[in-house]
Design a protein around this ligand. Structure first.
Ligand code: NAG
Length: 517
């Protein structure tokens, strides 16, 4: 008996040793960022780890092994919904100015998070220890400071396709001649104008970041410095910390995005937020979908934009188009509509994955958020994209270039253009064939993305920060990459040579004239 007890204790202790403590930092408010963060939590807990979850989107229920620190006010400091609403988009009000404003607002929000009482208390408590910090990169590098305070490996999480700002943190700026930046509406192969736009866009981003560097440094020092001191160490410099990420987990996959060149420390785990078994649909929706003999068209503009804010003219136009279809339409719409056509059903918050997973779902009309386009690929449903802001243009462009989507612009002509696109989509088999092909490529990986995610997090901790994955490009300054020093040496040598040769000939001439005098 005693031996058995000892054995059980040893086994238990063995299991416990493999349980890691992780700090997850997801400061950006927004439903989709909440979905991504929640999937991290879920998969880490399932693997037996302990999670402290710093988030702007709280979990519905907090499972055992999770401690949540809810940043309730982040949505007030960065009011996503007021910033990008339909009115602004219709009036083309999202301008260059907004890019500056966006970065400034993110900086204020991250500062708010770092200086938050509860967060400071966590950092100041010397008993709090973590094996790794996983921080979402969302237009601010500052969250890297948590890893410096807790002196543990830093793992970045990127919610978008790999782009210049995140790749620069773990490798280098990719070449803008064939890599679109994350907000850019242009897609390669670029013509001359597009290539110029791409260069300017990536330059602009870097300029904005450089422009607020002084403020960032201040936030870094004031926000993390005291905690580091309390723990008895000196805070390393901002650059040392920010270029010290062990890994970047990317919500991307070559099947859905552009196959850009990636450093070894970037792991594409796009699709990890989708669970192995989709939650069954509520009875009412199951029935609607089962009975749709001509198929279901699912229409959702995502979580931030509200379809009810569409101008009346567009709303009525869309209804008219839908009324004329023999398919069933499920529209994510946050209000009631009088005299709704029989084939149109409104849903306030849709069980999106359940709808897309249903074999009767034949078309997805979407704003082109990355979660939506990934889910379409996962479940093999072709798309019509109506991109509105941020990376949505990029996502839709990608899907179009892969032959699985059509692009409809958002304006007063949207209903007519959408009608044409729907007819093309449903009348032409090629989109469905193409998405099935790509969906196969998406699923055909060595391991499911959620398993890969857990594997790489454990790999970083077990190898103390995975230094073997670091890109050598990180330590090479730009003048060396471009061989500007060599160019300078060559220029000097050539100049010296030319001067020397001239001098030789000049003195010969002189000698000659002396002799002949
Ligand atoms: C960089 O990361 C490694 C591995 O996580 C860690 O050991 C080291 O202390 C970090 N250095 C700085 C300056 O943060």
């Amino acid at each position: 008996m005693w031996a058995l007890k000892t054995f059980i204790w040893i086994v238990l202790a063995g299991c416990l040793c493999d349980a890691y403590k992780l700090l997850l930092v997801f400061t950006f408010p927004g439903k989709s960022h909440g979905i991504l963060g929640e999937a991290y939590v879920r998969n880490l807990i399932k693997a037996g780890h302990e999670v402290t979850y710093l988030t702007a989107s709280p979990l519905n229920t907090i499972p055992p092994g999770v401690r949540q620190i809810y940043m309730k006010d982040n949505i007030k400091v960065y009011p996503t919904e007021s910033f990008v609403n339909i009115e602004n988009i219709m009036n083309n009000a999202l301008t260059l100015n907004d890019a500056f404003r966006h970065f400034a607002m993110v900086l204020t929000m991250v500062n708010h998070t770092i200086t938050h009482e509860e967060v400071q208390r966590l950092m100041m408590d010397p008993n709090e220890r973590f094996d790794a910090v996983i921080a979402e990169w969302m237009f601010s590098d500052l969250v890297c400071g948590f890893a410096a305070v807790f002196q543990c490996p830093l793992i970045w999480s990127s919610s978008m396709d790999p782009h210049n700002l995140v790749l620069a943190l773990i490798d280098e700026d990719p070449n803008p001649a064939y890599t679109p930046d994350n907000m850019s509406p242009v897609y390669p192969p670029f013509n001359f104008i597009e290539r110029t736009i791409s260069l300017l866009a990536s330059g602009l981003m870097n300029y904005i970041i450089w422009n607020q560097r002084a403020t960032e440094l201040e936030v870094f020092t004031n926000g993390f410095g005291p905690a580091a001191a309390k723990r008895g160490h000196v805070l390393p410099s901002y650059d040392e910390v920010k270029y010290n990420g062990s890994l970047m987990l990317g919500n991307s996959h070559a099947s859905s995005g552009l196959a850009v060149r990636l450093p070894q420390s970037y792991k594409p785990i796009g699709g990890y937020h989708i669970e192995d078994t989709v939650e069954p649909l509520p009875k009412e929706w199951q029935k609607i979908m089962d009975e749709a003999e001509n198929g279901v068209i699912y229409f959702s503009m995502g979580s931030i934009l509200k379809s009810r804010e569409f101008p009346e003219q567009i709303k009525n136009g869309l209804l008219k188009v839908f009324r004329g279809l023999k398919q069933t339409v499920i529209w994510k719409f946050e209000d009631a509509i009088p005299d709704l056509p029989n084939n149109v059903h409104l849903v306030d918050w849709a069980p999106q994955q359940g709808i897309l997973a249903h074999p009767n779902c034949i078309l997805f009309i979407t704003h082109g958020g990355l979660l939506s386009t990934t889910e379409a690929l996962h479940f093999g449903v072709p798309l019509i994209g109506i991109p509105m802001f941020a990376d949505q243009f990029n996502n839709v462009n990608k899907a179009v270039s892969k032959g699985i989507a059509l692009h409809v612009k958002f304006n007063y002509d949207t209903p007519q253009n959408l009608k044409v696109a729907i007819e093309e989509m449903l009348g032409n088999q090629k989109y469905r064939e193409k998405i099935n092909e790509l969906s196969f490529a998406y699923h055909h990986r060595p391991a499911p993305p959620s398993a890969e995610f857990v594997h790489w997090v454990e790999h970083v901790i077990a190898t103390r920060g995975a230094p073997h994955l670091r890109s050598p490009a990180l330590r090479v300054p730009i003048y060396q990459k471009m061989y500007l020093d060599l160019a300078a040496v060559v220029v000097v040598l050539v100049a010296v040579l030319v001067k020397g040769v001239k001098w030789m000939f000049a003195s010969k001439k002189e000698d000659f004239s002396k002799k002949n005098r």
